[in-house]
Ligand binder design. Structure first.
Ligand SMILES: Nc1ncnc2c1ncn2[C@@H]1O[C@H](COP(=O)(O)OP(=O)(O)OP(=O)(O)O)[C@@H](O)[C@H]1O
Ligand SMILES: Nc1ncnc2c1ncn2[C@@H]1O[C@H](COP(=O)(O)OP(=O)(O)OP(=O)(O)O)[C@@H](O)[C@H]1O
Ligand SMILES: [Mg+2]
Ligand SMILES: [Mg+2]
Lengths: 254, 254
């Protein structure tokens, strides 16, 4: 069982889109996958067709009232289960009095509760911003995937992510390694995208995935139908790119 | 002096781009404007050409070590001053033991410290995520501008913003009113943008600004040169739209 967090404190860079579509592509290939929505905005939950009314989320697990296993819901998609999120999660973050103490809470809960289940991949969708939910999901992971838009602010944010990871490694014994940086929303019509990709490849050559996800409207439309791209438009460029990315992911993670 | 917060917990919807370019357009029209970067990722700071090394930020003010006035830096742009941000700000959020107690801290500090200064508009750029920094900047404001991308997740996030605002009004006496919802990154080539605009106008007709900001590469390029669009490319569509938006803003706020 491998735990992967999709994280970047910069907002709107494609974390949720990557979490959903990587999970769906893994499920399509027959890997048993659990998608965990750790973002109170619950976009990963609605992106696979569920609403907040299910009442299930990580929150009751974090405060010790429920078991993690009871929060798992099966989706209509083969091999893909979900732990949904809701707004309550934001409350947990504000209630922690000793932040460092709770950095490894998720890691402990996930590993203990999922022992004996058949999941091969657990994918965590992180919220933006440098808060406890994000830090906890990073520490819970074996590997980190950092999506970045091919735009300036996202590039700037990368240095902060590395800084955060360095600090984490000093504070907790089990900090994740970066599996790779995924360039998303690439727009071939502009120089900006090209420049950002070149910049990133130049500074950290061995960390960037070869696959680049283009900006396509089908990827932006899919969540409004509550479907991953593999079901919304399986023959689209967006779907092919996430399938190609999943191949590359599987090679790197072995 | 009017305090305006640019807020939306959804990431990447154009909060920083709107905060910078609204401030620049107000300054261009001769209004004395203070741009406050409340986001630890400090995009508004770098978007107007400053780096984190200035050492100035809100953080020392929040912990009572410095005066707000001493954190103000003047930018090369006439009538536009800045209070920069840096990563330390994220620490403040994790250190608060009684969140509700600190909801109105910013409001108190800003109003007391800026008495006697000549600023006509104070624009606060909020971080994504439902944390204390965002809540504090909302409570500090008279008015709220909520940018939303013309995409599905941003639309979904709107309901959560309204919910948050309702809750705030019950907790604190001084909660902001919504000045308007600004549709950003509109892509006329796709139906998705059109549908989202129609949806929003249908549900909350009187709250949506008439001006729609199109997705243009010049707006995405400007921050890498550390310039607002009014200086980076004053004749671009992106610049004209933010000038038009500023006209509408001034009419509404009177
Ligand atoms: N490759 C793509 N092409 C077009 N649109 C995309 C693509 N990837 C993501 N999007 C859209 O861009 C927006 C931002 O993506 P997404 O919500 O996945 O980012 P995020 O990093 O999870 O955001 P947040 O920081 O709010 O959690 C969404 O509306 C999404 O549908
Ligand atoms: N109208 C536009 N056209 C094209 N690109 C835009 C436009 N507005 C913003 N952008 C770009 O989209 C990205 C997201 O915008 P921005 O950073 O302003 O959003 P934000 O809401 O402040 O993000 P965060 O949630 O991380 O604070 C940035 O790379 C920005 O340059
Ligand atoms: Mg997301
Ligand atoms: Mg921003």
């Amino acid at each position: 069982m491998k735990f992967i967090s999709i994280a970047n404190q910069k907002g709107g860079v494609g974390k949720t889109t990557t979490a959903i579509n990587l999970s769906a592509c893994l499920a399509e290939k027959g890997y048993s996958t659990l998608l965990v929505d750790v973002d109170p905005q619950s976009n990963a939950t609605s992106g696979v067709g569920f609403s907040l009314d299910s009442g299930k989320s990580l929150f009751p697990v974090l405060i010790g009232e429920e078991l993690l296993k009871d929060q798992i819901i099966s989706t209509p998609y083969m091999n893909l289960d979900l732990i949904p999120a809701n707004l309550e999660l934001a409350n947990w973050e504000n209630q922690q009095h000793d932040p460092i103490e709770s950095f490894s809470l998720f890691r402990k809960i996930f590993r203990e509760s999922l022992i004996g289940t058949a999941y091969q991949y657990v994918i965590l969708d992180c919220p933006p911003a440098l808060g406890l939910l994000m830090v906890n999901s990073m520490v819970a992971a074996d590997w980190l995937i950092i999506p970045i838009q091919c735009e300036y602010y996202a590039l700037e944010g990368l240095a902060k992510m590395f800084q955060l990871l360095d600090n984490l490694k000093k504070l907790v014994s089990a900090a994740p390694n970066i599996l790779g940086i995924l360039m998303t929303m690439y727009d071939s019509r502009t120089n900006l995208s090209q420049q950002v990709v070149e910049d990133v490849r130049h500074h950290i050559p061995n960390l960037v995935f070869d696959t680049i996800i283009p900006r396509t409207v089908r990827l932006a439309e899919a969540p409004s139908y509550g479907k991953p791209i593999t079901l919304y438009d399986p023959h689209s460029i967006g779907c092919m790119s996430y399938r190609k990315f999943t191949e590359e992911f599987l090679k790197k993670i072995k």
